[in-house]
Design a protein around this ligand. Structure first.
Ligand code: ADP
Ligand code: MG
Length: 662
């Protein structure tokens, strides 16, 4: 049922909830608390100790609301109990002014810092938010945790309508609670054990649905055949010689695994994981050339035009040396000629966006398909590339996924990993400064420009639509051009540029006709300009860990030492999670380590991004902790592949959802 069935939810609240991924009552019921309040007794105010979490209760004596710089507001109230008084502070909750008037009884949970009590949660009247084991929800700036909590409480009235699709034999065998009881316990546990039992029941459900879906897909795949390719030959030997570097051991290892797959009469289904800049494209091109030397075709599909064009530049410059013919196919280069070239086999390698999979495009003989950043495509699109044919398929991702998660989400894909970048590369030095010190960051950036290097400046991510992002980016580029970047040649890259303009812009940047590229996150993947050695990310606290890591990968592509400067809003405006993200980025450039960290900070569900298929929708699973549960779900799924009924419907619904999302 739609979320607006809840009293008090109108269009604006609905939009804010949707941005948290909460669209239905069921979504609210399944909104997993990030944490629970620890049990604590109440402390007398006079006995509060610095930096120790505590609960206090008292009466508000006086209160003030102050508006600081920007949108920051600070609400302070003097709260007293029999033992004494303390100043309690809240950030960015201006509405408290009318709620916590003098004389109000409050209960607060938080921590004494310096001389003030930083409030984490509060209650007026009955303790709910500050109670022991009270849930703490993932929230957003525009929708703070207390609002979310109140909505979840109201949603619980609908919990009886939640279906329970788990066969009762399974429930009995593993003594799992009813789904609705689990949901209630999730939001109002009497102990942490109860909360954990509830979570694992819900995690089991989602793992089972996932494993069932995967089992069905895998069964379908077992039935398809692909012609085995002959052994590696003369063309790939020349390819190795044409490369200006030696392949790393990791690349060689991946290539050997690919060769093994191609030699079998079943379609390769391999995931090639490697951090940005680790050298996946070189490996992908190897696979494509294996198709070509077998007298057949290869296709490389990328999720955006920018990325497809970048790949094309790389692929074509190598292929022209080898005498291999390639074409670029995107929605802006769709011509009869390209179609004809692909259909006749005259084009041996086609690089493109999902335009490659449009119906009109017919390959003469597609043998190897590479899907880059495959998590950005919907399942449908990936399926369409291989529909009616069964090429060997290599999926590439630069969002490193911990192996357990990869196995779960991609089921039975084989995984190759490029765990280390080419050795000559120096790790990027990352620094985090707050906005007050951004002028230093720009000074540093200008030093690089003066030394003949190039730079990126990434615009903050505030706007919602692609068009308003573009407009904001334009304004920002103009501002920089008049200020920090005065006298330098500045280009602007955003998602609303016409493809031809974007191509031209990228070519000019590559040719060093521009010093700085001001960009939105469209540079996130694929852009490869080794002379760009420094990047500033503005309002970096607004970006997710994975995005920041991807962005950072645009520098450090050459032999020069590169820098990434993260500029955030003032520290007191940042959430704890934002601080942890920024600290993690400064601490390491290892994508796998960051992925693990991200997993801890965000939970598995979001790891792959909201654009990912329903397959990634793991709200309750904690993969590292839940390995046993995963095994049980796998085993149960094997027994249930052919079962009809509510569970099967749920699997279909989930996988259909995925297709709609695509
Ligand atoms: P990815 O696709 O994994 O992000 P790329 O394949 O684009 O990485 O490689 C990044 C850069 O490193 C490219 O400029 C590429 O030419 C270079 N490169 C790839 N493999 C090697 C290697 N073995 N030694 C040196 N440089 C390499
Ligand atoms: Mg790449």
């Amino acid at each position: 049922m739609g979320i607006d069935a809840i009293a008090g939810v109108g269009p604006s609240l609905r939009a804010k909830l949707a941005r948290l991924g909460l669209r239905t009552i069921r979504d609210l019921l399944e909104h997993r608390p990030r944490d629970y309040q620890r049990p604590l007794g109440e402390t007398a105010i006079a006995r509060l100790r610095i930096e120790e979490e505590a609960a206090i209760a008292g009466v508000v004596r006086s209160a003030t609301l102050r508006r600081a710089r920007g949108r920051l507001t600070i609400f302070k109230a003097i709260v007293e109990d029999d033992s004494g008084g303390v100043t309690a502070t809240w950030f960015n909750q201006p509405w408290l002014e009318t709620k916590l008037t003098p004389g109000t009884h409050v209960r607060l949970r938080g921590m004494l810092r310096r001389h003030e009590f930083n409030v984490k949660s509060y209650d007026v009247g009955d303790a709910a938010a500050t109670a022991d084991f009270a849930p703490v929800y993932p929230a957003s700036e525009e929708l703070p945790a207390p609002r979310v909590r109140a909505l979840v409480e109201r949603a619980l009235a609908w919990v009886r309508d939640v279906p329970d699709s788990l066969p009762s034999t399974l429930k009995e065998r593993d003594s799992l609670p009813l789904r609705r009881d689990a949901l209630v316990a999730l939001h109002a546990p009497r102990s942490l054990e109860e909360a954990e039992l509830a979570r694992s029941r819900l995690a089991f459900d989602e793992l089972l649905v996932l494993q069932l879906g995967i089992a069905r897909v895998a069964r379908g795949r077992d039935e398809s055949v692909a012609p085995a390719l002959a052994e590696a030959g003369e063309l790939v030997t020349r390819y190795r010689e044409a490369l200006p570097f030696r392949l790393t051991d990791h690349q060689e290892h991946a290539i050997a695994e690919i060769d093994g797959d191609l030699a079998r009469p079943m379609p390769m289904q391999r995931l090639l994981q490697g951090d940005v800049g680790s050298g996946k494209t070189v490996v992908a091109l190897y696979a494509l050339l294996r198709a070509v030397e077998g007298g057949r075709q290869g296709a490389l599909m990328a999720p955006t035009e920018t990325l497809a064009e970048q790949h094309f530049l790389t692929v074509e410059s190598l292929c022209s040396q080898l005498g291999v013919r390639c074409v670029l196919l995107t929605s802006s280069t769709l011509t009869k000629d390209t179609h004809a070239a692909i259909a006749s086999g005259d084009a041996q390698i086609a690089v493109g966006t999902h335009a490659l999979i449009q119906e009109q495009v017919e390959f003469a003989d597609l043998a190897v398909a590479v899907v880059d950043e495959q998590h950005r495509f919907g399942v449908e699109q990936r399926k369409a590339l291989v529909a009616g044919r069964s090429p060997h398929t290599l999926h590439m991702t630069a969002t490193p996924i911990p192996r357990t998660l990869a196995l779960t989400v991609y089921g039975d894909l084989a995984v190759s990993e490029i765990a280390e970048p080419p050795a000559m590369r120096k790790p990027i030095v990352t620094a985090w400064v707050t906005a007050e010190r951004s002028s230093e960051a720009y000074r540093r950036l200008r030093r690089h420009l003066d030394a003949g290097r190039q730079a990126y400046v990434v615009c903050p991510l505030i706007e919602e639509s692609e068009t308003s992002v573009a407009r904001a980016a334009e304004a920002e580029a103009e501002r920089l051009q008049r200020g920090e970047l005065k006298g330098y040649r500045v280009g602007l890259l955003h998602g609303r540029l016409r493809p031809a303009d974007r191509r031209e812009l990228m070519a000019r940047f590559k040719a060093r006709e521009l010093d700085v590229l001001v960009a939105t996150t469209v540079i996130e993947v694929g852009v490869d300009v080794p002379n760009a050695t420094i990047m500033i990310v503005q309002e970096a606290d607004r970006f997710g860990l994975a995005t920041l890591h991807q962005l950072r990968g645009r520098v450090g592509r050459g032999a020069e030492q590169s820098y990434c400067l993260l500029v955030s809003r003032p520290r007191e405006e940042l959430t704890d999670a934002a601080v942890e993200r920024l600290e993690a980025l400064v601490a390491t450039t290892d994508g796998f380590e960051l992925a693990e960290r991200d997993l801890e900070l965000r939970g598995e569900g979001e790891l792959l991004g909201t654009r990912q298929s329903g397959l990634s929708d793991l709200k309750f699973t904690r993969l590292r902790a839940d390995r046993k549960l995963l095994e049980r779900a796998r085993e149960a799924a094997r027994a249930l592949v052919d079962v009809d009924g509510p569970l099967s419907d749920e699997v279909e619904a989930k996988f259909a959802e995925t297709e709609v999302a695509a």
